[in-house]
Design a protein around this ligand. Sequence first.
Ligand SMILES: [Zn+2]
Length: 445
Amino acid sequence: MHRRRFTSLTGTVLVGLALPYRSRAAAFFTPRGRQAPRVDGPRLLRRLQELSRFGRNAAGGIDRVAFSDADIQAREWLKDLMRDAGLQVVTDEAGNLVGRRGGTDTSGPPIVLGSHVDSVPNGGTYDGQVGLMGMLEVATTLDDAGISTRHPLEFVVFTNEEDGKTGSRALAGEVDPSEMSLPTASGYTVGEGLRRVGGDPDHLERARRPPGSIAAFLELHVEQGGVLDAAHIDIGVVEGIVGIERWNVRVLGRANHAGTTPMDQRHDALVAASRFVDAVYRTARDGAGGQVATVGRITVEPGAPNVIPGLAILSLEIRDLTMEGIDSLFEQLSKRAAGIGDDTGTTFSFERFYVSDAAPSDPRIRDAVEASAHELGLSTLRLPSGAGHDAQSMARLGPVGMIFVPSIGGISHSPEERTAPDDIVHGADVLLSTLLTLDAGAIDR
Ligand SMILES: [Zn+2]
């Protein structure tokens, strides 16, 4: 049955067959009078509930880490749902589940929707899952309504988002073979795990897709922060995923006797470090833009009550929507550090040890998300994503966009995470409407 369905979708007869079913589409009239299809909210919420049985622990949280039995069982259930929505389902070498649907223009690149089914250890029932069931609801709605798109569509369930974005990074060709031996929370290595979910760690390069191979990528996700909830906004239009840089900062002073060294003769590394911590906070807070900066770790040597600290080692992390923004803040902080060093008789040195590139969303997709939300009567706010997502890897292949729905109280990666049912349905409606807007040409301009 499934195969026959797919055949009819890929054939040229599709458009003709589809027309009589159009009237079955759940429809509503926008303020401008344009008719837009809507998802089936109760079905979406029911399926989200059904998904939560995979990996539910005694405390009510979700243990569905990548490559675990729960991950595999959920994937099997998802495959059936995808086939029921008329998708042709394959598992690629990176273990990504890919559901394909033909377009009327068979030669062009696909519009891709994606999300993840794996959770953090003792996670909740919304992270990844709202986007996942939202995108499958979009697939089912298109199928039920007999709506054909110009672009081919792909609905992708990415592998191991939470512990390294293995699936999406493999599509971008960014997974190093050495990662295959890394342990994961499932108890299996990444390589063993990929085999368990039907991937092929020896031929990951076959999963790779070249830049330009997608027309667009769209991801619906819970915000995981509290901005939308606090502002009572329905839909977050994601400006992009922030870049991250981290440094080890060494503050070198001179260890000396805490009793015999007068206060004006000290080179106290911890005093200098403290002033630097405050400077990091104030400089990031007072600058224009959404940058954040954090000192999350500090060690002091020799670390005795009766010795003036001779060395302090701090971590410095800066996140911003652009790498230029990170560079600019770092430059300001270096200058501040030099000044503090002069004042305190210490020297600062910085060693960068981590870089994760920023992935801005495409302005055309931001506009399409915003317009879709407004046509549905929903309020929007533009905001960056402070957390990493698969969209970051997909940005290597083509234009990306993300839609956020509110996380109640900003709680995430916890059994306590929640998103209101209406917000979930709104998110899926915006995902569907944005997809159709992009398909109609918004991404071709
Ligand atoms: Zn997620």
